[in-house]
Design a protein around this ligand. Structure first.
Ligand SMILES: Cc1cc2nc3c(=O)[nH]c(=O)nc-3n(C[C@H](O)[C@H](O)[C@H](O)COP(=O)(O)OP(=O)(O)OC[C@H]3O[C@@H](n4cnc5c(N)ncnc54)[C@H](O)[C@@H]3O)c2cc1C
Length: 469
């Protein structure tokens, strides 16, 4: 069912249908360019697909972001004469039906590098082709097609550094991989649009808790590109150092824009590469390379998920499921979630997350380490909480981040690392600027665990597991 009511399309001339997914942009959008190039009328469709997403249905913060990103996309498409039709349900039923209703003869989309999404794609592609449609599917969500990066013997990389070295080589040696595309020129007059269509998808719940997110985020393609340019002109020079200082605006804050595809990762990489080739200052070079390698982690997360579809719910190192005793503790978990652990940096991070829908990367690592190691609680509980509260919640990156910190994932550190949140605070927030920002003058309760003792216990659990296997 079209979210805004009955679908009425009177023009029966052949049409091209662009299925928008997490590529919510006009710039550098291969699928959109391909649709415009056909010369047919172009219709755009977005489907809220809870079936494929389950059991990782987007959480509240992510749905808030999506709602506003759709409003922005709807307006941008309308300016170039394309109406965005919005649906809720199973794409395998909706897309072919919609295509028939609008006399579609050509259907195009950018695929998502997630195993469950690719299954849907395969079904759709086969069904649409069978019914006589031309189908085009583009790679657009990552810098390189996920499985294009292989070792010389054809096997897959398990460790990030050689993976990224090889990816960079491939990217820089193949000009076409970095080709960027302009916003397609409008073929017809702008069309009317109604933001109420997006509201009909019911992405926002009735409570107004999400109003606060407007203070921190401006979803939409224009804001994403503006932020990227600001980051690359004003922030990036000091990125390699400042990216670890949570009190500073020292990172790109582009994760939500990249997740929803408001900004193409290819453009982010290509723009940073342009500056790298023209700016000779060493510090800036280091920073740009560092930024690119963070984009590389995003690639690696997708690459890993493609190889290990079950890693969203199960530790990659199976010993952590069979031989590890995770602690049960709903009270401790609740205190962690609400920033009431009595450990200032952890509590500040969890409050930042709750308030803004985002948490600084270093603090994400510290909070995740505290939950999984000092409290000994299974990483899945942390991953679920982040999933519900992050505006940038991303299945691949969240899974990789949690498993990496918990020590059970890919590219695990050669030793069992327990971040000491007190030492980390001294190093990365020496004047407590970040802690004060999120905790104010609140006097900390007694810590819910002794940091030193719980670290020793965690290491003992790890040793016991190693001895047992
Ligand atoms: C436990 C844990 C959970 C995480 N969950 C998510 C998540 O759900 N979604 C998400 O996008 N990132 C996640 N990350 C990775 C990282 O924390 C965020 O991408 C980063 O903090 C976003 O801020 P930024 O855009 O300013 O990053 P920058 O430092 O400016 O990095 C640029 C971009 O590179 C990518 N990136 C950076 N670090 C990583 C990383 N470690 N893994 C994958 N991609 C990375 C992001 O797309 C980011 O926008 C998680 C990390 C941890 C430790």
């Amino acid at each position: 069912m079209h979210a805004a009511g009955k679908l009425v399309v009177t023009d029966k001339s052949p049409a091209s249908v662009v299925w928008f997914r997490r590529d919510m942009r006009l710039l550098d959008n291969q699928a959109l360019c391909a649709a415009m190039a056909t010369g047919y009328r172009v219709h755009a469709i977005y489907i809220v697909d809870e079936l494929t997403a389950a059991p990782w249905l987007p959480g509240g913060a992510s749905r808030w972001y999506l709602h506003h990103s759709l409003v922005s996309l709807q307006a941008s498409l309308a300016r170039i004469g394309i109406r965005l039709y919005l649906f809720k349900g199973d794409p395998v039923e909706i897309l072919p039906r919609f295509t028939r209703e609008v006399s579609g003869v050509h259907v195009v989309w950018n695929y998502l590098a997630e195993p469950s999404q690719l299954q849907v794609d395969r079904k759709l592609e086969a069904g649409l082709k069978k019914s006589g449609c031309e189908v085009e599917v583009f790679h657009d969500d990552t810098l390189l097609p996920p499985m294009a990066v292989q070792k010389q013997d054809g096997s897959h990389y398990k460790v990030f550094t050689p993976f990224w070295k090889r990816s960079r080589e491939l990217l820089l040696n193949t000009d076409s991989k970095l080709s960027l595309r302009d916003i397609p020129r409008a073929q017809v007059k702008p069309v009317a649009f109604d933001p109420a269509d997006v509201s009909a998808l019911e992405l926002l719940d009735d409570h107004s808790w999400h109003d606060k997110l407007h203070d921190y985020w401006q979803p939409g393609e224009a804001a994403a590109n503006a932020r990227m340019e600001y980051f690359l002109s004003d922030i990036v020079a000091d990125y390699s150092v400042m990216r670890d200082v949570p009190a500073e605006d020292g990172t790109s804050r582009l994760s939500a824009a990249l997740h929803f595809g408001e900004l193409s990762v290819t453009r982010a990489f290509a723009r940073s590469q342009e500056i790298l080739q023209t700016d000779s200052k060493k510090a800036c070079k280091d920073s740009l390379l560092r930024f690119q390698s963070e984009l590389g982690w995003r690639e690696f997360a997708r690459y890993t998920l493609m190889q290990h579809p079950r890693s969203t719910d199960t530790s990659l190192d199976s010993r952590f499921e069979t031989d590890w005793v995770w602690q049960q503790g709903t009270d401790l978990l609740s205190k962690w979630q609400h920033g009431e652990t009595g450990i200032p940096l952890v509590d500040a991070g969890m409050r930042q997350l709750w308030q803004t829908g985002w948490m600084h990367n270093r603090v994400r690592m510290i909070c995740a380490s505290f939950l999984t190691k000092n409290l000994g609680i299974h990483w899945i509980h942390g991953a679920r909480w982040f999933w519900d509260t992050l505006v940038d919640a991303d299945l691949a990156s969240n899974t990789l981040g949690w498993q990496w910190v918990a020590g059970c994932g890919t590219d695990a550190a050669p030793y069992y690392r327990v971040f000491n949140p007190l030492l980390q605070a001294g190093k990365f927030d020496p004047n407590s600027t970040y802690v004060k920002r999120w905790l104010g003058d609140e006097v900390n309760e007694k810590p819910i665990v002794d940091v030193k003792k719980s670290r020793v216990d965690a290491l003992a659990r790890y040793q016991a597991m190693r001895d047992a296997t």
